[in-house]
Design a protein around this ligand. Structure first.
Ligand SMILES: *[C@@H]1O[C@H](CO)[C@@H](O)[C@H](O)[C@H]1NC(C)=O
Ligand SMILES: *[C@@H]1O[C@H](CO)[C@@H](O)[C@H](O)[C@H]1NC(C)=O
Ligand SMILES: *[C@@H]1O[C@H](CO)[C@@H](O)[C@H](O)[C@H]1NC(C)=O
Ligand SMILES: *[C@@H]1O[C@H](CO)[C@@H](O)[C@H](O)[C@H]1NC(C)=O
Ligand SMILES: *[C@@H]1O[C@H](CO)[C@@H](O)[C@H](O)[C@H]1NC(C)=O
Ligand SMILES: *[C@@H]1O[C@H](CO)[C@@H](O)[C@H](O)[C@H]1NC(C)=O
Length: 487
């Protein structure tokens, strides 16, 4: 699929272990002490990664303190600067051992792995001064919270190749409450930091971590290629503002697997820039595969496509999706002014329990970056496939609204069985029992087909007995096998 992912081995793990074994404490990695250090006394821990590293060091080697109080920002920066010297010699892994490690924002480098031990917690500083102010993204033209600058994410990366953030399910705690309060009370002059944001990079892995309480979005790969996001647990209060789980933004070749998100906003939001800025930047999100994903999002979508989609969204494949207590399933959000397209979307085997809407499409999502948007830039929505979908306790099956005069086309539904919520029967002393009127579907400005869909769909989705499509091939990123590395 026009991809070029080469996840090459930098160093053979087995060979490395053998050298360490033979040399014992005189290990060739003496400058990076973890190789003969504490972990080895208790045995090594294995983890899965796109690449293993030749060198290893522990944050504590650089004077870090995991007491939950001492700031480690400078220590992270020094450690990473030191390890950048071996980036071209097999790369390095920086291990964060058990403890609570307070830190502000820091930046990653190429050929580098940040590894959080299972009992390691990175605590995000709550001081604004611990986050650099950086420019808005070119495809957005401004920050989302305020017209000014953006606070750099806690873990940041720019222009990198081969970078990994992983662990034995260690935790990154965003301590977002203070930011949520400032946002809600209009006290922010700049846009909140994300937890992890990586820009203009390729061969990126974020996996085997618990991410909590980000000030805003949790994981934001932007303008990236070859992205692997796996085995993440993302937890934020269901009333916290904009705490989206995973937001692939203008990325090509991404896989999201085996992850679980509970959040105050969309569990996954697929994006590609905002109105005239996104149209000009012109970088789509494409070739995205999502599998084995579970979501709880009472006020938002399991997977949102948009609303910022002005670089286009194409070829999204979602399978084995489980949604509980969420507002909507796979939702399309757009508006005149966005331009571009959302097309070739495939959803198969999705199970939903307790939903407001099983299907929701909105062609009037509003919210523009400024007055400079072009209301004639009409997004094209086409070839949207939903198949093998079940839902229970659903309030409204489909609320599907395109744009007047520019309908959303090629919407296909196959084998969709939705059970509506049992309506509460109101008792009236005058009229006896009143059953509320059911409105399972509300369709405007859309067209498409249905086949074996219950309850009977709206007339705009004609029953044509056609099969919806799902690509038979796999994406290259689906075929990438992770290596077993050790700490
Ligand atoms: C940084 O790297 C050099 C090797 O270039 C090494 O000698 C030195 O010990 C390292 N510093 C620390 C604090 O580990
Ligand atoms: C990106 O990194 C490469 C090499 O790592 C460097 O040559 C280039 O100047 C960098 N580009 C930007 C925009 O920083
Ligand atoms: C990771 O930790 C979270 C939070 O404690 C837990 O819910 C989740 O099950 C753990 N995941 C794995 C794979 O152990
Ligand atoms: C459908 O998804 C569920 C998980 O939600 C999985 O257990 C099941 O095997 C999947 N069925 C097919 C046919 O892939
Ligand atoms: C059905 O959904 C409602 C909320 O819409 C919830 O209060 C109720 O517990 C759900 N019932 C079941 C059986 O899940
Ligand atoms: C149906 O959808 C149209 C268009 O979005 C909206 O104006 C209308 O209020 C909806 N009807 C109901 C009963 O929700």
């Amino acid at each position: 699929m026009g991809t070029h992912s080469i996840f090459h081995t930098n160093f053979n793990v087995t060979k490395r272990s053998l050298i360490c074994f033979i040399l014992g404490f005189l290990c060739i990695d003496a400058a990076y002490p973890n190789c003969g250090g504490n972990e080895d006394l208790k045995g090594t821990v294995d983890y899965q990664a796109i690449n293993c590293r030749k060198h290893s060091a522990s944050l504590a080697d650089f004077g870090g303190k995991g007491d939950g109080k001492t700031s480690n920002t400078a220590v992270f920066k020094a450690a990473i600067a030191n390890l950048s010297k071996v980036a071209s010699d097999g790369g390095a892994q920086l291990v964060v051992s058990p403890g609570r490690w307070l830190t502000g924002s820091f930046s990653l480098i190429s050929h580098f792995t940040l590894y959080l031990h299972k009992d390691a917690v990175l605590l995000a500083s709550q001081e604004e001064s611990d986050y650099l102010l950086i420019d808005p993204l070119p495809s957005y033209g401004r920050g989302r919270d305020a017209a000014g600058k953006r606070f750099q994410s806690l873990i940041f990366g720019n222009n990198l190749t081969d970078v990994i953030v992983t662990g034995g399910n260690g935790t990154i705690e965003g301590q977002g409450e203070i930011w949520w309060k400032k946002f809600k009370s209009g006290q922010l002059h700049n846009t909140r930091p994300y937890l992890i944001e990586i820009l203009y990079s390729n061969q990126l892995q974020i996996s085997d971590l618990t991410l909590k309480n980000s000030p805003s979005w949790h994981v934001h790969p932007t303008y990236c290629r070859d992205v692997i996001i796996e085995r993440l647990t993302i937890l934020a209060p269901i009333d916290s503002p904009n705490t989206d789980g995973i937001n692939p933004d203008s990325c090509t070749n991404t896989r999201i697997r085996d992850s679980y998100v509970v959040s105050g906003d969309d569990c996954i939001a697929v994006k590609s820039g905002w109105d005239q800025y996104g149209i000009k930047f012109g970088m789509p999100t494409q070739h995205l595969s999502i599998r084995k994903f579970t979501c709880i999002s009472p006020d938002s979508a399991v997977i949102a496509l948009g609303s910022e989609m002005s670089g286009g969204i194409q070829d999204v494949r979602a399978e084995e999706i489980y949604a509980i207590n969420s507002q909507s399933g796979v939702r399309i959000k757009t508006a005149p002014g966005r331009g571009a397209y959302v097309k070739d979307i495939y959803v198969r085997n999705m199970t939903m329990n307790t939903m407001k809407y099983a299907f929701w499409m909105t062609g009037a999502y509003g919210s523009h970056p400024d007055e400079g948007y072009d209301p004639k830039a009409i997004p094209v929505i086409n070839n949207i496939n939903y198949m093998e979908i079940t839902g229970k306790n659903v309030t409204i099956v489909g609320n599907l609204a395109g744009i007047e005069g520019h309908p959303f086309t090629g919407i296909c539904m196959n084998d969709v069985i939705i059970e509506l919520a049992k309506k509460k029967i109101k008792k009236s002393i005058f009229f006896g029992e009143i059953k509320p009127k059911k409105l399972p579907w509300n369709c405007t400005d859309i067209s498409g087909t249905s086949n074996n869909v219950s309850p009977t769909p709206c007339g705009l989705l004609q029953d044509k007995k056609v099969k919806c499509s799902f690509p038979a091939d796999k994406l290259d990123i689906d075929n990438v096998e992770l290596k077993t590395c050790s700490v």
